[in-house]
Design a protein around this ligand. Structure first.
Ligand code: ZN
Length: 441
């Protein structure tokens, strides 16, 4: 659970914290909350008092996975120091240069209360010292003698364009970026208007609209990106557009407004699978690998230069729903890792190779119809790629039968879950009992 971060004026950030004596489930869930909060805020580390808890615990987010340090003791191994800019989640909006030793030895308890020892160098050594200071009631700004060296960081003003579920973790990751060094500030969200959905055809806002509302970010839902919209948008004074799963192309006039232009998070390894259905097509084609591309936007769909690409294997059991969920988490990570470097001009953008372009056009409502010529492997891929939308089906006895789940047994097709028009989803066994003559074409 993400918790509120305590700011520097609170007394709990200025006292020496109490040692941890009980190693129980309460401790584990506190540490889990600390990791969630640190990850959300894109922090390199977080101490317990930064979420208001008086206990000698900190977590770090550098390296392959988060680490927890309980009741730590630090020893400086070499006196050699280096100088780097630091920021702090509890002092948002500022940065300043701090001298710190480059190598330290840390002894600490792990979550089970077992004492451990590590020698740490480089950036992680700096993070350990910054967090260890927090446990003593100290802040990095205390190390800076000349206070004019503490600079206010002008945030880059971001507008997010997105609509679908895929874009949700990406927007959340973007909102978190404002807390770390205040490099990015999401000033507004643009999403598709509410549309009728569900059995009752009630007007339903997009998943992105709900996130914007929850975090209190301004949101616009224009039907068209026309002059009336542009007038409103200009008031946000946007420096950078981030877009994912918006369902509409942005006009050149709009992309030219922000000084850093626009970037798009696209769920394929571009130039493979441009356009709107890359995830479904990767599964339908039996690909073993896909990924996410962060690219520069131009007025043409998915044709801009590549900023970064992360790969992801496709599991043979992945469905559109599971793969889409994994890819959107990858996209969120890409935003955290790359946006700052992109805006500082430190990333070389590579053009897409035109000779390797493939496209993934939107799938029609009958893309999921089972054909007599489909092999068992093709049917299983359709079932994995095209549920829940547009859905996989066959027409039998004048009724539509949906195939919701299936797998291969050797080379044979094994059906798992079916649903006849007007009925409930049934396991294959129950379906077979109810409709013994049912056969695929
Ligand atoms: Zn800090």
């Amino acid at each position: 659970m993400i918790r509120q971060i305590v700011l520097a004026d609170q007394p709990i950030l200025r006292k020496k914290l109490r040692p941890v004596k009980t190693f129980d489930d309460g401790l584990s869930s506190l540490v889990a909350d600390m990791i969630d909060t640190m990850t959300f805020a894109n922090g390199a580390g977080l101490a317990a008092n930064q979420i208001g808890v008086d206990a000698q615990i900190f977590v770090t987010g550098i390296g392959p996975k988060p680490q927890v340090f309980i009741n730590p003791k630090l020893k400086i191994i070499f006196s050699r120091r280096d100088l780097l800019e630091e920021g702090c989640l509890s002092v948002p909006g500022y940065r300043g240069p701090v001298h710190r030793p480059t190598t330290v030895e840390i002894t600490y308890d792990n979550l089970k209360g077992v004492r451990r020892k590590q020698i740490v160098r480089g950036y992680l050594a700096r993070v350990l010292q910054h967090e260890y200071d927090h446990l003593q009631g100290k802040l990095y700004i205390d190390h800076i003698k000349e206070k004019k060296q503490i600079e206010a960081v002008e945030p880059i003003r971001v507008a997010f364009f997105g609509s679908g579920e895929f874009a949700v973790p990406i927007l959340v990751s973007l909102l978190g970026l404002l807390n770390w060094t205040f490099d990015f500030l999401t000033v507004g969200v643009v999403t598709q208007p509410a549309r009728p959905a569900g059995r009752k055809q009630e007007l339903t806002p997009t998943p992105i609209y709900r996130v914007a509302e929850k975090f209190g970010v301004k949101v616009l839902t224009p039907e068209k990106l026309d002059q009336k919209f542009m007038t409103e948008f200009k008031k946000w004074k946007v420096d950078l557009i981030v877009l994912s799963d918006y369902h509409k192309l942005l006009p050149a006039e709009l992309l030219q407004l922000p000084r850093y232009g626009g970037v798009n998070v696209h769920p394929s390894l571009l130039p493979k699978y441009r356009w709107s259905a890359p995830i479904q097509n990767a599964i339908l084609n039996g690909d073993r690998q896909t990924g996410v591309t962060l690219m520069q936007m131009n007025e043409k769909l998915d044709q801009g230069g590549i900023i970064a690409q992360y790969k992801l294997p496709i599991d043979s059991r992945d469905t559109y729903v599971t793969l889409s969920g994994k890819l959107s988490q990858v996209g969120a990570q890409m935003i955290r890792d790359n946006l700052y470097y992109y805006a500082s001009g430190k990333i070389k953008v590579a053009p897409q190779k035109e000779s390797e372009v493939t496209t993934a056009p939107m799938l029609g409502s009958n893309a999921g119809e089972i054909k007599a010529t489909d092999t068992p492997a093709q049917i299983v891929r359709k079932v994995r790629a095209l549920n829940p939308n547009p859905g996989v089906y066959t027409n039998w006895n004048g009724k539509r039968v949906k195939i919701l789940a299936a797998h291969l047994e050797g080379r044979k097709l094994a059906l798992d879950q079916l649903q006849i028009e007007g009925g409930k989803p049934l396991s294959w066994k129950d379906f077979k009992n109810g409709y013994p003559e049912f056969k695929l074409p």
